[in-house]
Design a protein around this ligand. Structure first.
Ligand code: ADP
Ligand code: MG
Length: 281
């Protein structure tokens, strides 16, 4: 399997006067393979955004190496490397640079000297990929949060990235906006084999990933497939994570003496078991 990104024993502390400040990220190692969807979860201050900044070379590690597309990330390599990464941040309103949706999506293309014809094609294609083609000439501030984030994703896609990094890209959205964005990313990953690193504190969203990395106090607490992790749900609750709804309900039902067979990560799984083993005769 081809490695798209690797973090090797990364440690980083923000420059600070205070000697007691904790290291933001300490001894973190993991790799992301081509086509994978990795979720990085953890409560506030666990080091997730610091990892994102290290991945895109906004900051460089005090110790350890970051490799992106097998190339070591350095102050020299960063510009070339970053043009192959799509990056979407938390606040939909801070991402806009254009006065219309199409200007916005074209921005990075223009900066990278993509010829006009090619630019027009790519803007149309990437807006179509996020179901926003009919908003070409709309002004960004009239869009909903979910639509804004989809445009931000289109802007990233227009550069034909090999890797999409999202830092809490859905956390400021209402449930509908969140669903829109997650669905689009899911489709893209399936259809185009895009590699996705999604940072989120929402475990429901992390369930969709191939693999989850759980951060706690700047270190990797645990890592595994959603199934592997959520069989140890208690541990995750102990470090301040909010378990998916269906798992909390399963727990309560067990406490009430209702026997359940397996673990239920999604509402669908839970409803299926309740229906087949408790309500049908
Ligand atoms: P998360 O994204 O998981 O909430 P962060 O990576 O933002 O966590 O923060 C990790 C730690 O680094 C926290 O203790 C935070 O206070 C500290 N930190 C984050 N950004 C800065 C900064 N710009 N300057 C100093 N400390 C920071
Ligand atoms: Mg953060």
């Amino acid at each position: 399997m081809k490695e798209i990104l690797s973090m090797e024993n990364i440690t980083y502390s923000y420059p600070s006067e205070d000697e007691n400040t904790r290291t933001a990220v300490e001894g973190v190692s993991f790799a992301v393979n081509d086509g994978e969807w990795i979720a990085i979860v953890g409560h506030n201050g666990s080091g997730k955004s610091t990892l994102a900044k290290l991945m895109i070379g906004l900051i460089f590690p005090d110790a350890g190496d970051v490799h992106v597309f097998t190339e070591k990330l350095t102050a020299e390599s960063i510009w070339d490397t970053r043009s192959k990464m799509g990056i979407v941040f938390q606040n939909p309103d801070n991402q806009f640079v254009g006065s219309t949706v199409q200007d916005d999506v074209a921005f990075a293309l223009e900066n990278n000297g993509v010829p006009f014809e090619e630019m027009v094609t790519r803007v149309h294609e990437s807006l179509a990929q996020v179901n926003m083609a009919e908003f070409l000439n709309h002004e960004p501030h009239h869009l909903s949060g979910g639509q804004k984030q989809r445009v931000a994703i289109a802007g990233a896609l227009a550069m034909k990235p090999n890797l999409l990094i999202m830092d809490e890209a859905t956390s400021m959205l209402d449930p509908q906006g969140r669903d829109e964005v997650i669905q689009i990313v899911q489709e893209l990953q399936k259809k185009t084999g895009l590699t996705v690193v999604s940072i989120t504190h929402d475990l429901e969203e992390a369930l969709l990933a191939d693999r989850i990395i759980v951060m706690n106090k700047g270190q990797i607490f645990t890592t595994g497939t959603p199934k592997q992790l959520f069989t140890n749900g208690k541990e995750l609750e102990e470090i301040g994570l909010d378990l998916p709804f269906a798992m909390k309900v399963s727990d309560l039902l067990r406490k009430l003496g209702i026997e359940l067979q397996g673990e239920h990560m999604t509402e669908e799984e839970l409803v299926n078991e309740l229906w087949t083993s408790h309500f049908s005769k």
